[in-house]
Write a protein that binds this ligand. Structure first.
Ligand code: GAR
Length: 214
């Protein structure tokens, strides 16, 4: 069994998708929020998962918050820590502690549109495709080695909400997939910071993991 700790800040729909995927060999050991009012906590608790809060407002600095967060996480002996709509910038120390076992999802085709207001900026830029990215976390925000991406079209008349909803459907597909790969020991970060996925299966239509040629 691999222990997984999921960090959220709000709705928690990606966390929910990972829980609902019932990945063999995975135990969702805890869901931890930095906000006491995160809606996702109720879902976790109702599914028998430890639902905990480490409120960032209770700490005087990022370092103090990250230390408390790490202590709460480590009590669950995690093999993998999953950021699922966790909207806090993490210190380098925290990121380094979980190097190679810290995943994030971002609602854009990274490296385009890191940071906030992703969909609005994509619409303003006039891109014809948008998407989502799961990546290993490194100290630079939304910049780590890419594990899996999915693409959606940008349609005439799209507003931020419409585009976000289309992307979210794909988030709920690729994040459980990435976690599954990790749990199956098929996904890792090499010593030189490259993503390694072994025995990659052909995904259903909609996943855009191109076959590696040659
Ligand atoms: C998701 O769209 C996720 O990609 C995004 O926040 C949303 C959380 O939704 N994360 C980021 O923007 C991180 N930079 P959820 O709470 O329903 O999973």
């Amino acid at each position: 069994m691999k222990n997984i700790v999921i960090l959220i800040s709000g709705r928690g729909s990606n966390m929910e998708a990972i829980v609902r995927a019932q990945i063999p060999g995975a135990k969702i050991a805890a869901v931890i929020s930095n906000r006491p009012d995160a809606a996702g906590l109720a879902f976790a608790a109702s599914h028998g998962i430890a639902a905990q809060v480490v409120d960032h407002k209770a700490y005087p600095s990022r370092e103090a918050f990250d230390a408390a967060l790490a202590e709460t996480i480590d009590a669950h002996q995690p093999d993998l820590v999953v950021l699922a709509g966790f909207m806090r910038v993490l210190t380098d120390g925290f990121v380094g502690r979980y190097n190679g076992r810290l995943l994030n999802i971002h609602p854009s085709l990274l490296p385009s549109f890191p940071g906030l207001h992703t969909h609005q900026r994509a619409l303003e830029a006039g891109v014809r495709v948008a998407g989502t990215t799961v990546h290993f976390v490194t100290p630079t925000l939304d910049c780590g080695p890419i594990v899996i991406q999915a693409v959606v079209p940008v349609l005439d008349g799209d507003d931020e909400a419409a585009l976000a909803a289309r992307v979210l459907v794909q988030e709920h597909r690729i994040y459980p997939q990435a976690v599954r790969w990790f749990v199956e020991d098929r996904l890792s970060l090499t010593a030189d910071g490259k993503v390694r996925v072994t025995d990659e299966p052909a995904g259903p239509a909609g996943w855009t993991v191109p076959p590696v040629e040659g």
